[in-house]
Design a protein around this ligand. Structure first.
Ligand code: AMP
Length: 283
């Protein structure tokens, strides 16, 4: 079924007031479009757990740290709407840039600490842009639950902290990373990989897995676990490691001695495409 498409904040609020009056539980999946099966996993989960599913499609200009990236972020709205329909979404919110930012924003949401590590070190302002737009979207949609992918583990942690600190009445639901059969995490950026680059891209996940295996086997020196992963990546000169870190699962700060739950996260460039991925190692 084709979902209803609304592009104004007022329109969404009006429709959702009616939906809420019927006693419906509302699930929400914020996206930037270019939908793939990773987004699909979030929408399907929301569909299973809610009476009414809202997907937003908005390419958020204030989270791009490089203007060219924003310009190059193309989406096919018609195709995305079809995917939303096939996955059972009820409403797709497609605001314009002017609708979301009628004036230069004066208020930003900064989640101190968590945003300083991993991708935050290399993408200044990125998480501030993400937290700000997600706060706005949560205010507009006011869902019971909102779904976020573990693929973007730092984003997920930042949103979870924002919801706690700002007392937002929403449950944040983490969804495991959807992968290709060879392990590559699904991402809208994968389409930029050339044939050769696509061949080697899954090595990122393999490298994280070897580090994960070492930690699970009892290795407590983060440097050793890192080295195992880096060795594998070093065999592929087309891959440039931006970072590969073993971090505390809660604070995302790098650890030296592994004593509790950790996440092993990396960003690598494959040619001109930046890929991120992560795995967790429970306590
Ligand atoms: P984006 O459209 O890239 O902003 O992503 C929208 C949501 O989809 C975020 O919560 C992402 O973490 C999630 N997502 C993207 N790729 C995947 C994936 N491969 N598996 C699970 N969730 C994903």
């Amino acid at each position: 079924m084709t979902p209803e498409q609304i592009d104004t904040i007022e329109g969404v609020r009006r429709r959702l007031a009616q939906v809420r009056q019927r006693g419906c539980v509302i699930g929400f999946v914020p996206t930037m479009g270019a939908l793939h099966a990773g987004h699909g996993a979030l929408i399907e989960r929301a569909r299973r757990e809610s009476h009414y599913v809202v997907v937003s499609i908005f390419v958020n200009p204030i989270q791009f740290d490089r203007h060219n990236d924003y310009e190059a972020y193309t989406i096919d709205l018609r195709q995305d709407l079809e995917s939303c329909g096939a996955l059972g979404a009820d409403l797709v919110f497609t605001p314009t840039r002017e609708e979301m930012y009628p004036a230069e924003p004066a208020i930003f949401v900064e989640v101190a600490g968590l945003a300083d590590h991993l991708c935050g070190r290399f993408r200044p302002g990125h998480f501030r842009g993400v937290a700000t737009v997600v706060a706005k979207l949560l205010h507009i949609v006011a869902p019971d639950r909102a779904y976020f992918g573990e693929k973007d583990a730092q984003q997920l942690a930042i949103i979870q902290r924002m919801v706690v600190d700002l007392n937002l009445a929403v449950e944040i639901v983490p969804v495991p990373t959807a992968r290709e059969s060879d392990g590559l995490a699904l991402s809208s950026r994968n389409k930029h990989l050339s044939g050769d680059e696509r061949q080697i891209a899954p090595i990122l996940f393999q490298a994280l897995l070897v580090a994960q295996k070492r930690v699970a086997a009892g290795c407590t020196a983060a440097a050793d676990a890192k080295e195992t992963a880096l060795q594998l990546l070093k065999g592929h000169p087309q891959m440039r490691v931006e970072y590969l870190e073993v971090v505390d699962a809660a604070s995302l700060a790098p650890v030296e001695r592994i004593g509790g739950a950790v996440r092993i996260a990396a960003a690598v460039w494959v040619g001109g495409t930046r890929l991120i991925d992560n795995v967790s190692v429970p306590e």
